[in-house]
Ligand binder design. Structure first.
Ligand code: HAM
Length: 425
């Protein structure tokens, strides 16, 4: 093969591409009823935006950015996540707050590719901007929970944590830093760096020896201020009211710098090492960090690839052709022109139909129809045109029937075909 795709990228083949359209439609229907509008920020931004939002201490910014200089020497990056762009767009375009926005966008992260982890992936995200109350967190989580349930995500579970706020986090971070400094020798190189840059992030570390040390680390729960405690209790109570099952995970800190208070992850037991389907939480200070007014916010995003993997299985990624519900076989020049008109009339009436225009006699065209996986064919020769009656042949049974255009239109089996509903191989 002369050209291959770049490592970590994927070709989204027709079956998956169709499933994505369906999923986006479902999200649009559900979320627009909850007041969310779609937004589509640009694919690349100034590198600085991510440095100041996703965070200088995050793995994404340190290790995974597609950072580049354009011909004008500007320092740019392909977006690794959507939240910074959405907040920048709100501030830059002076969108009225409160506002609710959703998106479906490709993201770029130069991480090690594996099942469920790609260098280009697509996230569907939802952001509630301008609402500080725990009810907004609960509403968002419930929207996600219902969506994933409706999608049929298997093995799903929700993890919840709170990571404090400006009031209470510094005191905890100080205590944690002291603890980590005492244990520096037992920590991996990354965690040594994290101790200085963003100590909370050590809880993300997968190294067994670090995990061992962290077992005796001070607990953030004991350092929460009254406001954070009340907020967290209200979120848990709200989830209880909707009977949404969740587990508290004190070690879950999320890999991005802007979070405060509530953080969430929906996971699936089907995903293996990359088990997070959806991540999110509150980011009450991001607007200010980007130069805007104080604006509380909460949001989440899920990876489409992981969502399809856990709801439809691996098959969704494969495609080697689909069947054709109806294929017109014109025989002769006059029939070719006639067929071209006919297919548009049939389509207008809601029938999915194509024509086999490559020249040849009936037996050749029938062979081609078979090779193209046609369910039925409509044979049109000069005689049929003269009589205005066509021959409909079932390619599976070989049964043939003569019928008029009107009779053809009234055939139920020809209506309402989605592109992949019939005899996929
Ligand atoms: P995140 O947890 O980094 O959060 O990513 C969200 C989701 O995107 C993940 O749970 C996962 O399903 C998917 N994902 C991430 N990286 C990859 C990858 N390399 N390959 C395939 N799927 C991937 C965020 O990006 C935040 N912006 C979420 C958010 C929105 N927080 C508040 N609002």
């Amino acid at each position: 093969m002369r050209y291959e795709r770049v490592k970590g990228t994927r070709d989204v083949l027709p079956r998956e591409a169709l499933a994505r359209r369906e999923l986006e439609k479902l999200v649009h229907d559900k979320f627009s009823r909850a007041g969310f509008f779609p937004i589509l920020p640009p694919t690349f931004e100034k590198y600085e935006l991510y440095q100041h939002s996703t965070g200088e201490a995050s793995d994404i910014v340190i290790k995974e950015m597609y950072r580049f200089a354009d011909m004008g020497g500007r320092d740019l990056a392909l977006r690794p996540e959507g939240t910074p762009s959405v907040m920048r767009a709100i501030l830059e375009n002076h969108l009225k707050i409160p506002i609710r926005l959703w998106y479906s966008m490709t993201m770029f992260r130069q991480d090690k590719p594996q099942k469920g982890r790609y260098r280009e992936h697509t996230q569907i995200g939802a952001e509630i901007v301008g609402e500080a109350e725990p009810e907004a967190d609960v509403e968002l989580i419930k929207l996600g929970y219902d969506l994933f349930t409706e999608m049929g995500i298997e093995g799903m579970y929700l993890e919840l944590n709170t990571i404090g706020c400006r009031e209470c986090r510094p005191g905890y971070t100080e205590k944690l830093t002291r603890f980590l400094t005492e244990h520096q020798k037992e920590l991996c190189e990354d965690c040594k760096l994290r101790t200085q840059r963003n100590p909370l992030r050590v809880f993300d570390c997968k190294v067994a020896s670090c995990q061992e040390v962290l077992k005796s680390a001070p607990s953030q729960r004991e350092h929460l201020c009254q406001g954070c405690k009340e907020h967290f209790d209200a979120v848990k109570k709200g989830l209880g009211r909707f009977s949404i099952p969740f587990g508290e995970n004190e070690r879950m800190v999320r890999g991005l710098d802007y979070y405060s208070r509530t953080v969430i992850e929906f996971k699936s037991t089907l995903l293996g090492a990359q088990d997070t389907l959806c991540g999110g939480g509150r980011y009450d200070y991001l607007a200010e960090e980007l130069g805007g007014p104080p604006t509380p916010a909460t949001g989440f995003a899920f990876g489409i690839e992981r969502a399809l993997l856990t709801s439809r299985g691996e098959d969704i990624f494969e495609f080697s052709g689909a069947s054709i519900p109806l294929l017109v076989l014109p025989l002769g020049d006059k029939a070719q022109a006639y067929a071209l008109e006919l297919i548009f009339k049939l389509r207008q009436a809601g029938i999915s139909v194509q024509a086999e225009f490559r020249s040849g006699g009936l037996s050749r065209k029938l062979k081609r129809a078979d090779a193209r996986n046609a369910e039925r064919v409509l044979i049109i020769g000069e005689d049929e045109i003269a009589k205005a009656r066509f021959i409909l042949r079932d390619m599976h049974t070989g049964e043939q029937k003569e019928m008029t255009f009107e009779e053809l239109l009234s055939l139920h089996e020809l209506k309402g075909h989605s592109l992949l509903t019939n005899g996929e191989d």
